[in-house]
Design a protein around this ligand. Structure first.
Ligand code: 6LW
Length: 507
């Protein structure tokens, strides 16, 4: 049977996976978005359904004025004796910590913070004797490398000295480590080269958990660096074994467009089969290369991608795909489930500020897609609300309604670094409007539809100007509904009646 990569598309990087019986659980990074650390479930590794998020409270995930692409980095999920553990880093807001749950759908515990926590990419390994090893990168001026300490999983207290396991094969940014015990060896999997085009996965092994670790002579075991391949930046992997004995790797990769290459969907989650050499070294995919379509005799199910095209905002809680930027100010959001709309109240914070915007978004998962929404809004002076495609505060395009000199206008604006341009403005007499963004792999096209059905194109913007190579950071593009009073206070609500996301072409 065949499946198509990515297995989870859109900005879902740094995947980590664990198995409990026939069930697999997978988590990814979430940075400044809230709730944090989406958690997915699968029984066949190719069909994934989101169960929820691991970090759903401000106590677990303080993100007050967290800069874009700070917040939650690479989590690891592990299961031990009836308990799930997710260990991760809140960069700039507390460092390394973990949460636990008996039901992966939640609720997850309050955070248990490590004292004197160092570095990023923490991972847990529970050995047969119950010892829990915390493995992660260096920090606080240490030599870049992978470091390890034993911990008490009730309190997070360190039970041993912290030791360096390896500095890797010499690539930049030794990171993303996971320790496993397979057969007679402890295997240390890690990434090097940085999360961009030089990304690679390397493996080491030892007879003891602290080494000495011997590197595989054929390292790296996964990389697409300097290859002409549509998938790039492969790395940051975690291994899992199915109950049928087959081994698999989940990892991140990107799908850049054009030349020079640029990617705007972020780093996505991919899957590859893992085989073993006779002398016990892992081989990922096709000798370290992975294609979009993979055929494997070990697959047990067809791949169907979970899909929901319309949100009518008529449920008591928002669909799990919706995410806020930083901790939301609750009173700025309300769902009227009876009449089926989501109301947003703007604040003085604009889309350009490093603060909690009034914003609710969902990841762009496909190159070819169309998102649209119906907005009812009577803006007062300085207010605006609309639909944005958002990379970060300095890189975003939007259309919406706003008030200028007592008049309502529909507008299309581009913010690209320090350049801001209102590309189109039209007097608009109605208080209802449909806002649409149609994406292909090169362009976002913006249009509005009046209540009488009249369609007006407002313009287009390059996807490449919102791509990571231009906008920077670790996230991918998100479509968002937003409201702002641009420096003023307001109680005026922008009501969104529905939101559609249609995909075209391949998943
Ligand atoms: C993550 C690091 C990485 O912590 O990018 O690709 C960082 N790998 O391991 C942020 O996602």
């Amino acid at each position: 049977m065949k499946y198509q990569n990515p297995i989870i598309s859109g900005f879902y990087p740094d995947p980590s996976i664990c198995r409990v019986g026939e069930d697999f659980y997978l988590v990814t990074s979430s940075f400044e978005y809230f709730p944090g650390v989406p958690i997915f479930h699968s029984t066949d590794l190719v069909n994934w359904k989101q169960l929820g998020h691991c970090l759903t409270t401000t106590k677990q995930l303080p993100l007050i004025e967290t800069p874009s692409s700070c917040g939650i980095y690479a989590p690891t999920i592990r299961y031990h004796e009836g308990v799930f553990y997710v260990v991760t880093t809140n960069v700039l807001d507390g460092g390394n910590f973990f949460v636990t749950a008996t039901d992966p759908a939640g609720p997850w515990s309050d955070p248990i913070w490590f004292k004197d926590s160092y570095g990023i990419d923490p991972s847990f390994f529970f050995d047969e004797d119950g010892t829990c090893y915390l493995t992660g990168t260096g920090g606080h001026g240490e030599e870049p490398g992978i470091y390890q300490v034993e911990i008490d999983v009730k309190t997070g207290a360190y039970l041993s000295d912290r030791k360096c396991l390896t500095v890797g094969t010499g690539g930049a940014f030794p990171e993303g480590p996971h320790l496993y015990r397979i057969g007679e060896y402890y295997y240390l999997l890690m990434s090097e080269g940085g999360t961009e085009y030089g990304h690679m996965l390397t493996v080491f092994r030892s007879k003891t958990p602290y080494g000495p670790f011997e590197g595989y002579e054929k390292n790296p075991i996964l990389t697409h660096r300097s290859k002409d391949h549509p998938i790039q930046a492969t790395g940051h992997a975690d291994f899992v074994q199915r109950s049928d004995g087959s081994w698999w790797a989940v990892f991140l990769a990107i799908r850049p467009i054009g030349y020079p290459r640029k990617y705007h969907l972020g780093r996505e989650t991919f899957l590859a089969p893992v085989s073993w050499t006779e002398d016990g070294w892992p081989v990922v995919g096709n000798d370290g290369m992975v294609d979009e379509v993979i055929e494997s005799e070990w697959l047990i199910n067809e791949q169907h991608k979970e899909w929901k095209e319309r949100d009518n905002f008529d449920q008591a809680t928002l669909n799990l795909k919706w995410i806020y930027r930083r901790n939301p100010i609750e009173e700025h959001y309300s769902l009227n489930t009876k009449e089926g709309y989501l109301s947003l109240t703007g604040s003085s914070v604009t889309l350009n500020d490093t603060a909690a915007h009034t914003f609710i978004g969902r990841r762009q998962e496909h190159f070819d897609c169309k998102v649209s929404t119906s907005l009812r809004f009577e803006p007062k002076e300085s207010e605006e609300a609309g639909l944005t495609v958002f990379a970060n505060e300095h890189f975003h395009y939007e259309i919406g309604l706003r008030s200028v000199n007592g008049k309502t206008e529909a507008f299309f604006r581009k913010t690209v670094g320090s350049l801001t341009l209102i590309e189109k403005r039209l007097d608009y007499e109605e208080d209802r409007i449909e806002l649409c963004i149609t994406a292909d792999s090169q362009w976002y096209h913006f249009e509005i539809v009046s209540p009488s059905g009249e369609v007006t194109e407002l313009g287009k913007g390059e996807c490449g100007l919102l791509a990571t190579e231009v906008a920077g950071g670790f996230t991918g593009n998100v479509f968002g509904l937003y409201a702002t009073a641009n420096g003023k206070k307001t109680a005026n609500q922008a009501r969104f009646n529905w939101f559609d996301y249609k995909r075209f072409g391949k998943v």
